[in-house]
Design a protein around this ligand. Structure first.
Ligand SMILES: [Zn+2]
Length: 240
């Protein structure tokens, strides 16, 4: 991917929710907008893992704090360790059907597009809005019911089934504290992780552009288009 496309994706995602950022990154990677929005969250995240591997490699390093004693653990793994699905999108929508307390519900897992649509919804409306997106049809005693009328027990069971149908959407790391032996499960969110890396990269690049434009008067577009090694060479000279 060209650095110019990546910096454009960064700019587009700056004021967006994580879902909007994920979509901006997919589009920069050449994924058609409508196709990207139609991917389930897990399929989308698998593609973002591919993109991360292309940009920064497959090794992930990070830290996590023990919830019991606050000891900081250093984490290291490769993306393949947390892959649960093939990066190829499934051929069609994966639907699940549940029958609970006389309710029969057919639904599909949330897509990246659903989460983008939630950007404007407050946290109190988010779950209900998501249900409206995901429920294909619901009946009780042969009568059609709306997603808003499903009881909490049915919604909870449905959420569990949908999560199981799209496991890549929720990556969990099983951790054990070396100090107190507490075990817990920590979430690894590729969108947040990759965005943070991209943000650091963009800010470093801006610093380089500033240094070279000040020293040589070159245009931003030309500096960004330069290979990393050539830019590094001029930076070294400019700082002398
Ligand atoms: Zn601990």
């Amino acid at each position: 991917m060209r650095p110019a496309d990546l910096i454009t994706a960064w700019e587009r995602g700056l004021r967006r929710s994580p879902a909007g950022r994920a979509q901006a990154l997919l589009e920069a990677a050449g994924v058609d907008r409508a196709d990207g929005l139609a991917l389930t969250v897990g399929q989308r995240d698998a593609l973002l893992m591919d993109l991360r591997a292309e940009l920064f490699g497959t090794r992930i390093s990070g830290v996590a704090g023990c919830p019991a004693c606050a000891t900081v653990l250093e984490l290291g793994f490769v993306l393949d360790d947390v892959r649960t699905v093939s990066p190829e999108p499934a051929p069609g929508p994966v639907e699940v059907t549940i029958e609970v307390d006389g309710y029969a519900v057919r639904a599909r897992p949330p897509t990246g597009g659903d989460l983008v649509a939630l950007e404007g919804a407050g946290p109190d409306r988010a779950l209900r809005t998501l249900l409206t997106c995901c429920v294909v049809d619901a009946h009780h005693g042969g009568v059609t019911v709306g997603p808003d009328d499903l009881p909490p027990r049915v919604v909870s069971r449905l959420a569990g089934r949908l999560a199981a149908a799209d496991p890549q959407a929720d990556v969990r790391l099983d951790l054990t504290c070396p100090a107190c032996a507490r075990t817990w499960s920590a979430a690894f969110d590729i969108v947040t992780f990759l965005w943070r890396e991209l943000d650091s990269w963009a800010r470093r690049l801006a610093q380089d552009v500033h240094t070279l434009a000040t020293a040589y008067g070159w245009a931003e577009v030309d500096i960004i288009a330069m290979s990393r090694s050539r830019r590094g060479l001029y930076l070294e000279l400019a700082r002398r």
